[in-house]
Design a protein around this ligand. Structure first.
Ligand code: NAD
Ligand code: UGA
Length: 331
């Protein structure tokens, strides 16, 4: 099992703001930073006294010295005070689902992923925060021929969500290019992240849940979709490294460069849980690409990053976290 949160971490910021800190990736990042000695302010609009997922994600952060959590919406809260003396912002707040972005919910994606980001970049500029790391997405590449996606590839986002993520990263980079902005931006294109606390709408969680409970798994398409699955601890390491990357770093893929199919994930989940999975096949979903695969060379050269956790070990850690009693869920 991967040794969660004890892997060698790169040089850390002294004081940082983590947005989306009650979410899957944000809570892990905030925890690792605070445990390593960074003074962290975490902000999220989900209220952990009313939202069980936020409460569960934030539980390991309770009582960590140097961690302060604030429930606030970046669309309307006063952001400047959160940035006082910060040397880095990790911007993970956003609405992340690919398939629900069609239809009336699109305005929420625009609000969270674009308008809130605009407010944050304005505040970062005013407060002269030297670095902002923004969570972008492999989905900006859209359909590929199966080969690795390189940061210089022409983006062809295939879902409304992906369009907002492309707008978000480009908006941050546009602000950073202003003569009066001293905030440099690193945009990380994360590839399908999994591990403990993964969002319950995501496939790895659903496959493990089906294997553990015997409830059916809904499979969109034939299961031959492939993803460059990236383990949460590896994502956190890359993200922290990005705070110290050279000023002109720009866009970096965070994915290992290989991929696995949904059928592979199902087979690993079955063997880890020792139980069959009942599959309900459904139609393919609009905006869902067949394959993602990162070209990892920039991450290696600019961030000194490479993944350390393979899919079976990572899924075992995720399953262990799903079966652990809530009061023991430090991972
Ligand atoms: P998540 O939903 O678990 O976390 C996002 C958090 O942002 C939530 O807790 C939400 O309440 C918060 N948030 C949204 N809008 C906000 C606002 N206006 N003000 C304050 N808080 C707000 O999602 P996640 O999987 O942890 O993803 C985090 C980020 O990484 C997202 O930007 C997502 O697009 C990006 N990303 C995720 C993946 C992945 O595989 N999980 C891959 C690529 C990119
Ligand atoms: C994931 C994250 O959810 C996005 O936030 C992120 O931006 C994106 O990765 C990324 O890499 O940038 P996705 O790859 O669609 O998006 O991940 P899942 O939601 O886990 O879906 C993976 C595959 O499983 C998709 O083909 C989907 O259709 C399928 N799926 C998902 C099912 O067959 N059944 C389900 O119940 C859920």
């Amino acid at each position: 099992m991967p040794d969660t949160h004890s892997a060698a971490t790169p040089a850390i910021p002294r004081r940082a703001l983590v947005t989306g800190a009650a979410g899957f990736i944000g809570s892990h990042l905030a925890q690792t930073l605070a445990q390593a000695g960074t003074t962290v302010i975490g902000v999220d609009r989900r209220d952990p006294t009313r939202d069980q997922t936020a409460a569960t994600n934030l539980a390991p952060l309770h009582g960590l010295p140097g961690y302060l959590h604030i429930t606030a919406d970046l669309l309307n809260c006063a952001i400047d005070p959160l940035l006082f003396d910060a040397d880095a912002i990790f911007h993970l707040a956003g609405i992340p689902g690919v398939r629900p972005s069609w239809g009336p919910q699109f305005s929420e994606y625009v609000n969270a992923n674009i308008l809130a980001t605009q407010r944050l970049m304005d505040a970062a500029t005013r407060m002269r925060v030297p670095r902002l790391v923004v969570a972008s997405s492999s989905s900006v590449y859209g359909p590929t021929n199966g080969g690795p996606s390189t940061e210089g590839d022409h983006p062809r986002p295939a879902s409304p969500y992906a369009v907002t993520k492309l707008a978000e990263e480009q908006l941050c980079l546009a602000h950073a290019s202003r003569a009066d902005c001293s905030t440099s931006v690193v945009a990380l294109r994360y590839f399908t992240v999994y591990g403990p606390r993964q969002r319950p709408d995501m496939f790895t969680h659903r496959a493990l849940h089906a294997a553990l409970t015997g409830q059916p798994l809904r499979l969109y398409g034939d299961g031959h979709q492939r993803r460059d699955f990236t383990y949460i601890d590896d994502i956190v390491t890359a993200t922290i490294s990005a705070a110290r990357a050279p000023i002109d770093t720009g866009i970096v893929n965070v994915g290992g460069g290989s991929n696995a199919s949904l059928l592979d994930v199902i087979s690993i989940a079955k063997s880890l849980a020792g139980r069959e999975i009942h599959i309900h096949t459904d139609g393919t979903r609009n905006g869902d690409v067949l394959t993602t695969r990162a070209d990892p060379r920039r991450a290696r050269s600019v961030l000194g990053w490479q993944p350390t956790v393979d899919l079976t070990a990572g899924m075992r850690a995720q399953m262990d976290a799903m079966t652990r009693p809530a009061h023991q869920s430090a991972a």
